[in-house]
Structures are given as C-alpha cells and as structure tokens.
Design a protein around this ligand. Structure first.
Ligand code: IDP
Ligand code: MG
Length: 140
C-alpha cells in the first residue's frame, strides 16, 4: 500500500479533558506520523462548511455547536494506507460499537462527542487537508 496522508481533528470533548497527547500516542504507536498540527478555535462558518455533507441530517446544528464549543487540534497524519489505518485507530462513530483499544472506545463521551474526526477517503482527505493547511505547513 502507498504512503498516504489523511486529515484528523481532535475534537473539543478531547481537548477539554487534556487528551491531545494520549490520542497522538495512539497515532504514533500505530505508525502514523503527525506531519502538520495546529490548535484552533473553529468558527461557526468553518464548522458549517466542513460538515456541509451532513447539512440535511437532524444532528447537523448540534454538531456545528459542539465543534465550535472549544479548541480543536487539526492535523495531517501520514503513513502506509493512512486513511483506512486512521479509521481503524479511531473506531466506530458510536463508541458503543467501537472495538477495544480504539480512540473512540477509550475516550469518546457519546456518538456526537466522539473525540476525533478522520477523513473517509483519499479524495476527501485532500479536500479537508487543503481546507486547513497550506502545502508549506506540512513537513513529512
Ligand atoms: P465519522 O466521524 O465516524 O466519519 P460521520 O457519519 O461522518 O461519522 O458523522 C460525522 C460526525 O457527526 C460524527 O463523528 C459525530 O460527531 C456526529 N454524528 C454522527 N452521527 C450522529 C448521530 O446520530 N447523532 C449525533 N451526532 C452524530
Ligand atoms: Mg465522516
């Protein structure tokens, strides 16, 4: 499998509980390298645009509110098959269904406050990375 990059967000429920380092350790232990990282306060406009694909879902408004409720850490992760690998490290969207050892199983508070975002395809990874990072911000 090729070396890929994926986009990750450590969500407000995790930054609030000071879990950035513990979550980053999971990525690094699994062989993903953090090649860009920035702690930001997302604006409502940024969150709305980022989750636009979910605009018709009943949880969209709450999700935007949650993602702007505190700082997030936006990141680019790099490694062999990084997109799928990160989805494995994250675990299922609903922590009740997440496998043991995954970030969401260990840390998520709920299906909404589930500690991390990860791109679902290489195509979306490229779009999401470009939304938050310039090429010169990423050092592999
Ligand atoms: P994913 O983050 O595992 O890719 P998506 O279906 O893309 O899951 O949903 C995006 C985010 O929206 C989730 O991570 C979670 O924060 C939130 N979300 C998804 N489904 C629900 C729900 O049924 N209720 C509340 N929030 C949800
Ligand atoms: Mg998704």
């Amino acid at each position: 499998m090729a070396i890929e990059r994926t986009f990750s967000i450590i969500k407000p429920d995790a930054t609030r509980r000071n879990l950035t380092g513990k979550i980053n350790a999971k990525f690094e232990e699994a062989g993903l390298k953090i090649v860009a990282q920035r702690r930001i306060q997302m604006s409502e406009a940024q969150a709305k645009k980022f989750y636009e694909v979910h605009a018709a879902r009943p949880f969209y408004g709450d999700l935007v509110k949650f993602m702007t409720s505190g700082p997030v850490v936006v990141q680019v992760l790099e490694g062999e098959g990084a997109v799928l690998k990160n989805r494995d490290i994250m675990g299922a969207t609903n922590p009740a269904n997440a496998a043991p050892g995954t970030i969401r199983k260990e840390f998520a508070e709920s299906i909404e406050a589930n500690s991390v975002h990860g791109s679902d395809s290489p195509e979306n990874a490229a779009i999401e990375i470009a939304y938050f990072f310039a090429g010169t911000d990423i050092v592999g």
